[in-house]
Design a protein around this ligand. Structure first.
Ligand SMILES: [Cu+2]
Length: 454
């Protein structure tokens, strides 16, 4: 992030927190008790874009009957399947992954083929799959293909359906995908640890005969949650309630790749959730969508209700479809407000409304830059130019075209453009004149019968 002390006056205004203080408070919101200098110009620069821009225009390939486009996994990939004698063969490697959630925060996670989530497995109804699962983890594992109806011995529940894949071993799973749908895969051995460390992925089966209108774009997004204490190098699998790194495809905003779509195109997003403990109500601005399928199958059109938020319960998938009718940069985020905060600690005093004028005056005798924070809430905290412990993103969001976006975590942007194939996926939407909220004109307010105090 560009506000890491590059500003010329930053060093004398900042108070360096030592790591011990953070650990003592157990909370990055302890920052609210020390001084900082607000950055007034937290607007996206080319340098920011160079830091975060990993997005290329989505490649549109037709992969299934009825002109069905390939599924895009933002920030992720698709598993390579090779046809051998009529069988589609793939290789999943369960292994430790040095994962970057966003620039500034890395952890040793567990995943598949070098990533969390693992690559999306994409196939067609009726395909026979043979998936080799090689275990390079320091612990046994299995793979369960969540939602897929297959022979019982391929279901991957350790102890019930198969012995675990030993460390260094390789098992092979082979089955025919009889039902089209949006499924997931994950270990079914020491689930609590292995899923918490990031082992998860999607399995998508395109129908032979598509139902409903053809879609132009098709995205796969796994929602997930990790508990990463500040300064820790690994997610904590023992955490049960206070998850502090909430992700789309294991990335946090601003590293989440935006979804670039066309005005008037039909867009499908397939959400999955293997979070250890939480459901995620995902809200998309600027569109009305319908949930067309779950991991149990299609929802008949008569039962598809319009929504702007879809709840993705843990252990399930939800597929939504919409046709955007307004251009722009539309927020897409979990509506649980703590799920768009990154590494927000919760064991802190409530400062809202507290009067600290006297404390501030006294503190400034010893530290001229001192101010107490949090008395007006947390807005703007992420834009503060404060020293933070290495490898942490406390309450950080990202720079936007009109200032700092104070949401991080499970947040991304749906970019609706007239010409999506030539548009810069990292570019900001230019608001046409007269279509953006701005300061009120007192004269007009008066003519409208609005009496303003300010
Ligand atoms: Cu959530």
């Amino acid at each position: 992030m560009k506000d890491r002390g590059e500003s010329p006056h930053a060093s004398d205004e900042r108070v360096r927190l030592d790591r011990r203080d953070f650990l003592k408070f157990g909370s990055l919101a302890a920052v609210s008790l020390v001084s900082g200098s607000a950055k007034a110009d937290a607007v996206a620069t080319d340098e920011d874009r160079a830091t975060y821009s990993t997005v290329l225009p989505y490649e549109r390939r037709i992969v299934a009957p009825g002109n069905q486009p390939a599924v895009e996994t933002p920030n992720g990939s698709t598993l390579k399947l090779t046809k051998v004698g009529g069988v589609k063969v793939g290789h999943l490697i369960a292994e430790e992954v040095d994962h970057e959630f966003a620039p500034g925060l890395r952890a040793k996670c567990w995943g598949y083929n070098g990533s969390t989530p693992g690559p999306t497995i994409e196939c067609i109804e009726g395909d026979r799959l043979r998936i080799y699962v090689e275990n390079r983890l320091p612990a046994p594992t299995t793979v369960h293909f969540h939602g897929v109806i297959l022979p019982n011995g391929m279901d991957g529940v350790s102890g019930l359906n198969q012995p675990p894949i030993p460390v260094g071993g390789t098992f092979v799973y082979e089955f025919t995908v009889r039902h089209p749908g949006t499924y997931m895969y994950h270990p079914h051995y020491d689930e609590m640890t292995q899923i918490a460390l990031g082992m998860q992925g999607m399995l998508i089966v395109h129908p032979r005969r598509p139902r409903g209108p053809r879609v132009d774009r098709d995205f796969a997004l796994m929602t997930h949650e990790f508990a990463i204490q500040v300064g820790a190098s690994r997610p904590d699998p023992n955490e049960m309630t206070d998850f502090n790194v909430l992700t789309f495809n294991s990335k946090i905003y601003p590293a989440t790749a935006p979804l670039l779509v066309g005005l008037g195109e039909r867009v499908r997003i397939r959400f999955g959730n293997l979070s250890p403990m939480d459901h995620h109500p995902i809200h998309i601005h600027g569109v009305s969508f319908k949930t067309t399928a779950t991991d149990g199958g299609y929802i008949p059109p008569s039962a598809q209700q319009p929504d702007t938020t879809v709840l993705i319960p843990t252990g399930s998938t939800r597929v939504i479809e919409f046709v955007p009718e307004e251009e722009g940069d539309w927020a897409m985020h979990c509506h649980m407000t703590h799920h768009v905060m990154t590494q927000m600690g919760h064991g802190i005093p409530n400062m809202v409304g507290a009067r600290f004028a006297r404390v501030n005056r006294r503190m400034r005798r010893v530290d001229p830059g001192y101010m107490t924070m949090g008395t007006e809430g947390m807005g703007g905290m992420g834009a503060m130019d404060m020293a933070i412990p290495e490898n942490s993103l406390p309450m950080r969001g990202g720079p936007g075209p009109y200032g700092y976006i104070d949401m991080g975590g499970m947040f991304s942007v749906v970019k609706v453009r007239k010409n999506p194939d030539t548009a810069d996926p990292n570019g900001d939407y230019e608001q046409p004149p007269g279509t953006q909220a701005g300061p009120a004109d007192p004269g007009q307010a008066l003519r409208d019968g609005i009496l303003l105090k300010a």
